[in-house]
Design a protein around this ligand. Structure first.
Ligand SMILES: [Zn+2]
Length: 142
């Protein structure tokens, strides 16, 4: 596999995603679309607290790509792989009625793909740095 094509794909896909934390998307949960609360003091509804969800959890070697998520959705996802969460009864129930602010399901799948590419790239970089022999072998699997 040519990893340089993954880098190109990652760059293009990431540009399509944009900097959500710098625009209005940061105010609503990408999964369920509720308006989130940025503070965590008195009067905060715990489930509405704004968090960043690691699309691929650190338990699955991800953690670099995040999207806005309410605490309830972030906790419901936990360390599930994103495909499992997108297909979960929890999320189907939350998205019933289609809140206008939730990200389209196809956008969430695209984010999952971008995140997987980024994880693959970070693994290939760490593999090359830590164990050059493994990288050499992987280059010949193409
Ligand atoms: Zn949510």
């Amino acid at each position: 596999m040519d990893l340089s094509s993954l880098e190109t794909l990652n760059r293009v896909a990431y540009q399509a995603l944009g900097d959500w934390w710098q625009d209005e998307r940061r105010n609503w949960c990408a999964y369920c679309g509720i308006e989130m609360q940025r503070w965590c003091g008195k009067g905060t509804i715990p489930g509405r607290q704004a968090t960043r969800d690691h699309v691929i959890s650190k338990a699955h070697r991800g953690g670099r790509l995040t999207i806005p998520a309410c605490r309830a959705c972030n906790e419901a996802k936990g360390s599930k792989f994103v495909a499992e969460f997108l297909d979960s009864e929890y999320l189907k129930e939350k998205r019933e009625g289609q809140n206008v602010h939730c990200w389209p399901i196809e956008a969430l799948w695209a984010v999952a793909g971008i995140s997987a590419i980024r994880t693959a790239l970070s693994l290939s970089i760490s593999t090359a740095r830590i164990a050059p022999a493994r990288q050499f072998k992987a280059d010949h699997i193409q």
